[in-house]
Design a protein around this ligand. Structure first.
Ligand SMILES: NC(=O)c1ccc[n+]([C@@H]2O[C@H](COP(=O)([O-])OP(=O)(O)OC[C@H]3O[C@@H](n4cnc5c(N)ncnc54)[C@H](OP(=O)(O)O)[C@@H]3O)[C@@H](O)[C@H]2O)c1
Length: 249
């Protein structure tokens, strides 16, 4: 897939799925914009992008902060002059159930990052995406379709809302030539569990899948690149499930 001359924003590019997608976009010739808050991790991924041969910039920004969201778009336009692809990947895991008393806490701590930031960045990037007939890839989760345990309620709720918003955005922006697609992974080996402070491990999640395995980040990054590429020119409003058969269990 050739992304030569294309400008791609990847949020949550300091870790896991976003880091691998940023590296792959650079390998395929894109001008990548790496967005996250952890400078040490961003520096590490920036070096990988450099080695992959890509022209890229790093923007330290909290996607849930409106001023930072504006900074992401304005800096991209100032540096590269256009936006072809927006990958809304940044999210946090916050867990709590109704009866354990932490449901509202888990919702409040994640709604601005996992949902509002995506709505905001979509609105800010859309005029530029219309100019390039570009596209958006949103990273959701199989948790948006089913709650495998009682503590992912708020996380799944926000991902379900993201699925709805993705279809809404696809419907509105399609007539302007902008595609919007979603990917719903099952478990993927990343830092998300560690970052959330949860007690379970990815290996414990293997048994929740039909294929008894957990994906690697590059499996999801490959699909991000495919959906963002011209090979997917006929695909919009889709939701690609990559879950090792979790939904069939
Ligand atoms: N791993 C899985 O099993 C799995 C399954 C289904 C869906 N997903 C989804 O996949 C996406 C990527 O997650 P991951 O598994 O790769 O997790 P991860 O390794 O924890 O990476 C999350 C990324 O989001 C960034 N981020 C978090 N809060 C941010 C904020 N306020 N502003 C800017 N960046 C922020 C983090 O960067 P900083 O810490 O540097 O800010 C990091 O780069 C998420 O949407 C997640 O919901 C993951």
């Amino acid at each position: 897939m050739n992304f030569g001359g294309k400008v791609v924003i990847v949020t949550g590019a300091s870790s896991g799925i976003g880091a691998k997608a940023a590296e792959f976009f650079c390998r395929e010739g894109a001008k990548a914009v790496l967005v996250a808050t952890n400078e040490t991790k961003l520096k590490n991924i920036s070096e990988k992008c450099q080695m992959a041969g890509g022209n890229h910039i790093v923007i330290k920004a909290d996607v849930s902060n409106d001023e930072d969201a504006k900074k992401i778009i304005e800096t991209t336009i100032k540096e590269f002059g256009r936006i072809d692809v927006l990958v809304n990947n940044a999210a946090v895991g916050r867990y709590g159930s109704i009866l354990d008393g932490n449901f509202m806490k888990s919702y409040d701590e994640s709604v601005h990052i996992n949902l509002r930031a995506i709505l905001q960045l979509t609105c800010l990037a859309a005029p530029y995406l219309v100019k390039t007939k570009g596209n958006i890839v949103n990273i959701s989760s199989v948790a948006s379709f089913t709650s495998p345990n009682g503590t992912v309620g708020a996380y799944g709720l926000l991902k379900a809302a993201l699925n709805y918003f993705s279809r809404t955005a696809a419907a509105e922006l399609g007539s302007s030539g902008v595609r919007v697609n979603t990917i719903s992974p099952g478990p993927v080996y990343t830092d998300i569990i560690k970052n959330s402070g949860a007690r379970f491990t990815f290996d414990q999640l293997k048994s929740t899948t039909l294929l008894n395995r957990v994906c690697e980040p590059d499996e999801i990054a490959d699909i991000i690149l495919y959906l963002a590429s011209d090979k997917a020119k006929g695909i919009t409003g889709s939701n690609y499930v990559v879950d090792n058969g979790t939904l069939l269990k």
